[in-house]
Write a protein that binds this ligand. Sequence first.
Ligand code: NAD
Ligand code: GLY
Length: 368
Amino acid sequence: MPAPASPLPSTQQLRIDLGERSYPILIGEGLLAQMAQLPLPAAHAALVVTNTTVEPLYAQTLRTALAARYRHVGVLALPDGEEHKHWQTLQQIFDTLIEQGSDRKTVLYALGGGVVGDITGFAAACYMRGVPFVQVPTTLLAQVDSSVGGKTAINHPRGKNMIGAFYQPHLVVCDLDTLRTLPMRELSAGLAEVIKYGPIADMAFFDWIEEHLPSLLARDPAALAHAVRRSCEIKGEVVGQDEREGGLRAILNFGHTFGHAIEAGLGFGNWLHGEAVGCGMVMALHLSRELGFIDDALVERCTALIARAGLPTRGPDLGTHRYLELMRLDKKAEAGEIRFVVVREPGRAEIVAAPDATVARVIERCCR
Ligand code: NAD
Ligand code: GLY
């Protein structure tokens, strides 16, 4: 992935290579206020979609910056929370666009975490069969994962991200300054997706995270910049090879099969997505060991890092039958057979089916 010069000094730039759908990711400080200097989509109007928590923190800065580039800039604050990632909230975006007379020359800006990013991206994919959108992620999780790669979705009450589209943004802008206001629990949730990249793709990065975890937890800007950059590089390499998850991209779902079952089983919004993924990775590591791919030492090493990051390592007791039922709805399942991302060897993942009895043993060992 070549790294072209950034339009702003001291800002890092990566590129997601997807032919005509390629786009840059900019990583730096103070970017919201300098937005007008970035390569934004040409249009005459913009709608900043955010939520009621992020709006008072950052919407005015972004709106002021965008006013230099668009004739009209609106702001829509959605209700905050995973439990609102559904049809009715999506409908609010369409209602606003239609009320404002928005045409195809309107750009959507997703200002917030992964929930705002996923819903706004899906709205952009659908409105008038597609308008451009820009990801402005303000959580660590969104900067290292959800804003990149074009997965957009809402939840169905019975399953996570069941309704959505692959739709790439025009640009991703990661302003590291926004991470200063993130609650500690949310920072930890983001670290789950950072840690994820180690066992599946890059154990040298895992070593780096182990060493620099105190700096990451202290929000040291240089450590955060490296974590965001390396995570986006790894994700970009995978997405560049398999944009629509024909195979390889599914490795990015490490920990998510168990994790999505936890989120849906407890009711969306009880555990944070990153918390469910952290615990789901522990379960997926146990499964990898049960299948004979990795040893106890790797399971223990990864579990220790997940715990140090402030994430749960034991799952809720939903009952084995309920876990299996929920996981059969996972998007990787084929003909009712659940497929799991496992660590084949340190730094390399694979997607496999596993016997229910083996999965049941893992659930019984890892859940209260
Ligand atoms: P989130 O969007 O709910 O944000 C977490 C919380 O932090 C919210 O309360 C939000 O209002 C608040 N917040 C956001 N930015 C803030 C800031 N700078 N300061 C203070 N508070 C701030 O959760 P998330 O962890 O960002 O994202 C999780 C979602 O992302 C899930 O729905 C998950 O399914 C999705 N996801 C999608 C992908 C993808 O590829 N599309 C990948 C991973 C996760
Ligand atoms: N977060 C998984 C993916 O983007 O494929």
